[in-house]
Design a protein around this ligand. Structure first.
Ligand SMILES: C[S@@+](CC[C@H](N)C(=O)[O-])C[C@H]1O[C@@H](n2cnc3c(N)ncnc32)[C@H](O)[C@@H]1O
Length: 200
């Protein structure tokens, strides 16, 4: 009942976005209403998050943007700290921020920043990396490149607002002083690990 009430409240607050998401039509810009509704956070993304957790060493200080259902927190190795951030409040001290509107004040320095299924929704990935760089040593980010997912209609239906090749995506990080230290495939997406050059 509470879930139904939340859905209705969400629909009334964001009617246009809600109808577009329901009809599978492209959503312009940031779909805040979509993301407030936790039923839009799919369990079949958990495998990707668990894979990313396996790339993080024990004792790491982790911040996750677009933290969703906080699945990463529950799969981190021993001794890690975890700071979630998202456009909607996910509990656990979430830093609430629309990354298309600005970058949040961060309370600490992080060894690892994670974006799992998030950067496709971001208008200015370069600006985001510029803002994040002083706060994180390593960035682990999944991305669905246009090389592996070329169907623009499908991309837009998912609400994705950028359409980069793998080369273009990696270049954004290299131009900002990161090195590509690893990449692996998950379904038709790539999981990249970028390390800030000059940091351990
Ligand atoms: C596809 S979901 C992925 C969720 C989670 N990382 C996972 O893999 O299960 C995208 C996530 O990014 C967040 N998000 C989307 N647009 C955002 C924005 N402009 N600023 C901050 N977070 C955003 C959503 O709220 C959601 O949690």
């Amino acid at each position: 009942m509470a879930g139904l009430y939340k859905k209705l409240r969400n629909f009334l607050a964001h009617p246009v976005e809600s109808v577009r998401v329901m009809l599978g039509l492209p959503v312009e810009g940031t779909a805040a209403g979509r993301w407030e509704d936790v039923s839009n956070l799919r369990e079949n993304w958990d495998e990707r998050t668990i894979r990313i957790a396996g790339m993080i060493p024990p004792g790491a200080a982790v911040i996750e943007f677009g933290a969703g259902r906080l699945v990463l927190r529950d799969h981190l190795p021993a001794g890690c700290s975890y700071q979630p951030s998202d456009i909607a409040d996910r509990g656990a001290g979430t830093i609430v921020c629309d990354l298309n509107q600005g970058f949040p004040a961060l309370p600490g320095h992080y060894t690892h920043a994670v974006f799992s299924g998030v950067l496709e929704y971001i208008a200015d990935i370069g600006g985001l990396v510029d803002s994040l760089k002083p706060h994180a040593d390593t960035i682990i980010a999944s991305y669905a490149t246009i090389d592996r997912m070329p169907d623009l209609i499908k991309r837009k239906r998912r609400g994705w607002i950028n359409h980069l090749s793998g080369e273009q995506f990696v270049a954004i990080f290299l131009e900002r002083g990161f090195e590509l230290s690893d990449s692996s495939e998950w379904k038709n997406q790539t999981i990249y690990v970028f390390r800030s050059a000059g940091r351990a």
